[in-house]
Ligand binder design. Structure first.
Ligand code: PLP
Length: 453
């Protein structure tokens, strides 16, 4: 690459970045460099380092969106310099955020009435959304306990061991004990009986998961609701339910409309969903929605007016980019219910195809079920010669990134590979992946010792 004479100093006669001191001398890693460098050189250095990362579209372990339409890329690029907070009195992104919240609340069957109107907010992801939902439960529970003159120093939350690590984070950051229902062989979701049995007077909520990140399976929210309603009646407690629908929130409404898991169940007080997973937006956006304003304690809401707007704020962050919300709004109006249904339906169909192909190899056992998030988790039938970790490592040669991991306690002897089927993982790519897996299996068979046949 030949770049013009913008290079200065000792490089003033050098026309080419790769002959300059910028590629010879390593950049300091623990302090800022003393002097500046030309923009072309900085670009090259940073870009080269990023080049070493794998191609995100071949990372089949991640749920987050890796492709959007060029029109949306354009919208996002042109709003890079737009802060989400306090631009003027009626900033458009805030208006779009409100519309998105309404659309999501409606999608999740939030009740509409004089005293019940859903409220929600855009976050950086489901993690921030869950922190907010957890905090709201904790404060509500504390207020109730104080009113009853009871101690409120030992809050707990009941979850399954299939939950995402962000509940563990919430527990530690905000001093809430996590009571986990252990998984069992053949049951990799939260057992509703055991969960409700664990509920006591200190339980701030039962946290269910719609779409475990381990296996894609849905917790039986409806059955948890049934058992918990009974328990609440018997004890006089008011233990609520949260649904972590990070991935399932944009799956179930479109392809499992008959499944009851959302605000149609009265004890479900809040739901989070990741805009950057099947909400089809690039990483950096999540949503939390409460079924009514009454579920979000007033003390968590701040009214800022020093920048000339009195937009209430109840997120953990303040300034952030606007482009994520703009992109989410674009996707909602661009695709509509019909479009999401098509996209998710395609993912489901592709997941079914991949599942069949994986079974056909004869080497694997499926761990994920048919119903759930469109992903395929599978384990090796025979672990004696090589493991799923070896397969994962070997597939990197073709550029595929497929995580291998063990399941949580009680089923930790099961090691799996996970392929998340996203919108941009086409049937052509599935063909290629399966071919590559077959090549790897053959190679591993040949190189593994103890092979007698
Ligand atoms: C991805 C995921 C999260 C975390 O969400 P982020 O949007 O990445 O913060 C939480 N729970 C489940 C079930 C998930 O799949």
């Amino acid at each position: 690459m030949v770049l013009s004479s913008t290079l200065t100093g000792s490089d003033e006669y050098v026309q080419n970045i790769f002959a300059s001191r910028y590629v010879r001398n390593p950049l300091p890693r623990f302090k800022m460099p003393e002097s500046s460098m030309p923009k072309e050189a900085a670009y090259q250095v940073v870009n080269d380092e990023l080049m070493l990362d794998g191609n995100p579209r071949m990372d089949l372990g991640i749920f987050t969106t890796t492709w959007m339409e060029p029109e949306c890329d354009k919208l996002m690029m042109s709003s890079l310099n737009k802060n989400f907070v306090g631009m003027d009195e009626k900033p458009a992104p805030t208006e779009m955020e409100n519309r998105c919240v309404n659309m999501i609340a409606n999608l999740f069957h939030a009740p509409i009435g004089d005293d019940e109107k859903a409220i929600g907010v855009a976050t950086v992801g489901s993690s921030e959304a869950m922190m907010l939902a957890g905090l709201a439960f904790k404060r509500k529970w504390e207020a109730r306990r104080r009113e009853q003159g009871k101690p409120c120093d030992k809050p707990n939350m009941v979850t399954g061991a299939n939950v995402h690590v962000c509940w563990n984070k919430f527990g530690r950051y905000f001093d809430v004990e996590l009571k986990e229902v252990k998984l069992e062989e053949g049951c990799t979701v939260m057992d509703p009986y055991k969960a409700v049995e664990m509920v006591d007077e200190n339980t701030i909520c039962v946290a269910t998961t719609l779409g475990s990140s381990l296996t894609g399976e849905f917790d039986d929210v409806k059955f948890v609701h049934e058992l918990l309603t009974k328990k609440n009646e018997e004890t006089g407690w008011e233990t609520p339910i949260h649904v972590d629908a990070a991935s399932g929130g944009f799956i179930a409404p479109f392809i499992y409309p008959e499944l009851q898991w959302d605000f149609s169940l009265p004890l479900v007080k809040s739901i989070n969903v990741s805009g950057h997973k099947y909400g089809l937006v690039y990483p950096g956006i999540g949503w939390v929605v409460w079924r009514s304003k009454a579920e979000l304690p007033e003390e968590l809401i701040f009214y800022v007016n020093y920048v000339g707007c009195d937009q209430p704020t109840f997120t953990l962050s303040f300034s952030k980019g606007s482009n994520q919300v703009i992109a989410q709004y674009y996707q909602f109006i661009r695709l509509g219910f019909e479009g999401y249904k098509n996209v998710i339906g395609n993912c489901q169909e592709n997941a079914r195809m991949l599942r069949e192909e994986i079974v056909k190899t004869g080497y694997f056992e499926l761990v994920s079920k048919e119903v759930g998030v469109p992903l395929v988790t599978f384990s090796l039938k025979d672990n004696s010669k090589y493991s799923v970790f070896d397969i994962s490592k070997a597939l990197r040669r073709f550029g595929w990134m497929i995580p291998a991991y063990t399941l949580p306690p009680n089923v930790e002897h099961v090691a799996v590979l996970r392929v998340v089927v996203r919108m941009d993982f086409s049937s052509n790519l599935i063909d290629r992946l399966v071919k590559d897996i077959r090549i790897i299996l053959e190679e591993l068979d040949q190189s593994s010792p103890g092979e007698t046949s």
